[in-house]
Design a protein around this ligand. Structure first.
Ligand SMILES: [Fe+2]
Length: 148
C-alpha cells in the first residue's frame, strides 16, 4: 500500500461503515413501517437498503483493491459510523425524517471522501464516491418529498 492511499482507505472505511449502518437502519424501517402509506414506504425502503448493501460490497472491494483489509463486523462499523441506529417505535413520519437526515450525513461523508481521493490522485475512488453521492442526494430528495 502506498503512503498516499492511507487517507483514501480511511475515507472508504468511513463510507463503508456509514453505508452499512444506513442499509441496516433502512431495512429495520422496511420491517417496522406501518400506516396508510405502508406499501409505498415498505417498497421504497427495500429499494434503498438493497442499493446500499450492493454499495457496501463495492466500497469494501475498493479497499481490497488498494491493498488494505476490509473492516469486518458490526462492532468495527459501529466504532466508525456517524449514522445512528433505527429508533424503535418510530411512526412513518419519524422514519422518513430520520432517513432523510441520514442520507444528508452520508452525503457529507462522501463529499469529504471525494476531496481526499482527488487530493491523493485517485480518480477511481473519487468516481465511485461521486456516484454514491448522486444516489444519496436523490434518496434524501425523495424522502423529503414524501412529506409534501
Ligand atoms: Fe422484505
Amino acid at each position: 500500500m502506498s503512503t498516499n492511499s492511507k487517507p483514501v482507505i480511511a475515507a472508504l472505511e468511513q463510507a463503508l461503515a456509514d453505508t452499512y449502518a444506513l442499509a441496516l437502519k433502512t431495512q429495520n424501517y422496511h420491517w417496522n413501517v406501518e400506516g396508510p402509506n405502508f406499501f409505498g414506504l415498505h417498497t421504497l425502503f427495500e429499494e434503498q437498503y438493497t442499493d446500499a448493501q450492493g454499495a457496501a460490497d463495492e466500497l469494501a472491494e475498493r479497499i481490497r483493491a488498494l491493498g488494505a483489509p476490509a473492516p469486518g463486523g458490526l462492532q468495527a462499523f459501529l466504532d466508525m459510523t456517524k449514522i445512528a441506529d433505527a429508533k424503535q417505535n418510530s411512526d412513518a413520519k419519524a422514519m422518513i425524517d430520520d432517513l432523510a437526515a441520514s442520507h444528508e450525513t452520508m452525503g457529507a461523508t462522501l463529499r469529504s471522501g471525494i476531496s481526499v481521493a482527488e487530493e491523493a490522485g485517485d480518480p477511481a475512488t473519487a468516481d465511485m464516491l461521486t456516484a454514491r453521492l448522486t444516489i444519496h442526494d436523490k434518496s434524501a430528495w425523495m424522502l423529503r418529498s414524501l412529506k409534501g
